[in-house]
Structures are given as C-alpha cells and as structure tokens.
Design a protein around this ligand. Structure first.
Ligand code: NDP
Ligand code: OXD
Length: 311
C-alpha cells in the first residue's frame, strides 16, 4: 500500500507516524521530495493545496483525502482527477478548535472586551452595559460539521442563534433560514455574523457591500471560513463608516496577508493567520485510516465531496 503526502503546510512526519500505527506495511512518500519514485503505484493521497497537475500524475490513485475541511484548494486544480472520490476532513479536534475560536471571539464582542482594553490603556475606569445573551443575535452562515458544534455550545450560553444554509435544518433552539429567500431576513436579525461556509462559486464574495448593508448598524463579522468570502474593500468601507463595529478575520484573499494590507493596522480588525482550527494527525489519523480501510474493501470513503456543489 502506497500513500503520497502533498502539503507544504502540514507536518508529514506526524502523519507518517500516526498512519504507521494503523498500517505498518504502508509506504509513505512525501511530494516533492519523493517524486522520483514510481508514481503509478500510489494508491492514496493526503493533500492540502497541492500543486496543480500533481494528482493527475498519480494514475493508480484510488481516492484523495483532503487534509482540510475546505476543499477549495483542491478543486482549483483543472487537472483534478474526478473519477475517484475526494473525502473532506471531518474530525473531532478540528471541530473543537473551531468552536473554541468562535466562542472566544463571540464573547469578546458580546462582552465588549475591546472597549475595556482601550479604557485600560487610557486609565479609564468605566463599566460598559452588559447585554443578556438571549438578546444577542448570532447568525451562523453554514450549519455543517463546524457550524453545528459552535451553535450547540453557544446555545448552552443562551445566545439567540440562527443559521443560514443551502437546505433547511432542524436543530433544536436554532432558527433555520436557507437559500436565497431566507438570506435577507437572516442578515437583518444578526448582530454577530459568523462565516463557516465552504468557498464555492455560490459563496465567493458573499460578504459584500449589498449584504453587509442588510446587517443591523453596529453588527460585527467573524470570518473563519475563507478569505474569498469577503470583498475586502466593501468590508473596509463598512468599518470606516461605522456600520460594522468590528471584524475578526482568520482567513484572507491572499495568504500570508501582504504587509501593506490595511487590515494589519485597522483599529476595528482582529486578525489571526488562518489558524482558527488546525487538523492534527494525532486526532485525524483514525478517520483517514477508516477511509483507507473502506476503499480497500471496495467501499466509498466517508464525506465525499460533491464536485458540482464544490464542497
Ligand atoms: P460542511 O460541508 O460540513 O458545512 C458547510 C455548510 O455550508 C452546510 O451547512 C451547507 O449547507 C452550507 N452551504 C454551502 N453552500 C451554501 C450556499 N451556497 N448557501 C448557503 N449555505 C451553504 O463544512 P464544515 O462545517 O466542515 O467546514 C466549513 C468551512 O470552514 C470549510 O469549507 C472551510 O472553508 C472552513 N474551515 C476553516 C478553518 C480555519 O482554520 N479557518 C478550519 C476548517 C474549516 P447544507 O447543509 O444545506 O449543505
Ligand atoms: C480547513 C482549514 O479547511 O484548515 O480545514 O482551513
């Protein structure tokens, strides 16, 4: 059994060690270091933003395992093999990491912690009015693996939660809006907007001037999905006009974010370097091993990407 690892951002050694516990007989190759070997014999590929055309060279490939939940970095490859299944990453630790990130930032805005930071710097002792979480309207775009867990944990803190997705959802305590028809009403009732959508043709640029204008004055935006969801100039204009009170951005149209980008120094922007949640081999190897076993048995891997929908 031969597996090729293709990612510049993940630690190949961790995956080699962890998958070796399930498959001691596996030959684990790393692209591009091992690309001189016989690529025809590669059965499986673990990939994150692979160089375009690389996967097409693996003629014996049986399935591709994405190292991330988002597969936009794979689907941009015009030569991507489409006759074999591609599985998204779904992992407990990835889900928990995202929920931590969202809770931390939601509470930051909900409790106005930024005001206290500014007040401390100015030596100003002043109590800011607290809002009951039941009166704080959170809106989650994308109620999938990540959105559901974040919603569940925020419900336990009694926030008023709504979701927007492609299909209707039936999650107790969460008001479900869906499709184009539900989008405007979802936006107009949202104080804290969280983006957890996949980046697809239908969602690219969705956080634009028209949609931002539908959020109530003083709303904040947390984008932990993909930079391509945001039209940066529109968001900057909305921050500068005070329509949007703050933005927490983990992902950017260009990564790393260029040093000259206005986000770096914008007083209303909180930034992290695409690290809201990271796949780690120690936790996720069990999922990958299960998928490999399924394919070895002639079954489909779990969570196959719908190439037409793009996620
Ligand atoms: P899922 O596929 O489980 O969920 C995606 C959700 O988005 C679903 O609810 C889906 O609706 C909804 N959706 C998709 N297209 C549309 C659309 N056109 N209109 C409305 N809703 C839509 O994905 P995950 O929850 O696992 O991950 C979400 C994204 O988070 C990833 O694609 C990735 O980009 C990002 N991510 C970012 C990380 C980071 O560190 N910053 C880490 C991990 C992921 P429906 O349920 O009806 O299909
Ligand atoms: C992912 C990511 O999609 O890390 O998993 O962004």
């Amino acid at each position: 059994m031969k597996l090729m690892f293709v990612s510049e951002e993940d630690r190949a050694e961790d995956w080699r060690d962890e998958l070796g516990k399930y498959f001691p007989e596996m030959t684990f190759l790393v692209w591009p270091d091992d690309n001189k070997v016989d690529l025809d014999g590669i059965d499986y590929c673990l990939a994150w933003k692979p160089q375009r055309g690389v996967l097409a060279r693996l003629s014996g490939l049986k399935y591709v395992q994405s190292l991330g939940a988002g597969v936009d970095g794979l689907l941009v490859d015009p030569e991507l093999p489409t006759h074999i299944p591609i599985s998204r990453m779904v992992d407990r630790s990835l889900v928990r990491g995202m929920t931590e990130y969202i809770l931390y930032n939601v509470i930051h805005y909900h409790r106005k912690m930024g005001d206290y930071t500014a007040q401390q710097a100015a030596g100003n002792w002043k109590v800011v009015r607290q809002v009951d979480p039941r009166a704080r309207r959170i809106g989650i775009m994308g109620l999938g693996e990540l959105g559901r867990d974040a919603a569940e944990k925020m419900l336990s803190l009694e926030f008023d939660i709504a979701s927007w997705s492609r299909s209707p959802k039936n999650m107790t305590g969460v008001t479900s809006y869906y499709g184009d028809d539900g989008f405007t009403i979802f936006l107009t009732r949202t104080d804290i907007l969280i983006c957890l959508l996949p980046l697809t043709n239908a969602t690219r640029g969705i956080i634009n001037a028209e949609n931002i204008a539908k959020l109530p004055e003083g709303a904040v935006i947390i984008n932990c999905a993909r930079g391509g969801h945001v039209v940066d100039d529109d968001l900057l204009a909305a921050l500068d006009s005070n329509h949007i009170a703050g933005a927490c951005l983990d992902v950017f149209n260009e990564e790393p974010l260029p040093a000259s980008h206005p986000y770096w120094t914008h007083p209303k922007v909180r930034m992290t370097p695409h690290t809201a949640s990271l796949t780690n081999a120690q936790s996720a190897a069990a999922y990958v091993a299960e998928n490999i076993r399924r394919v070895e048995r002639g079954e489909h891997p779990l969570n196959i990407v719908d190439l037409e929908a793009g996620y």
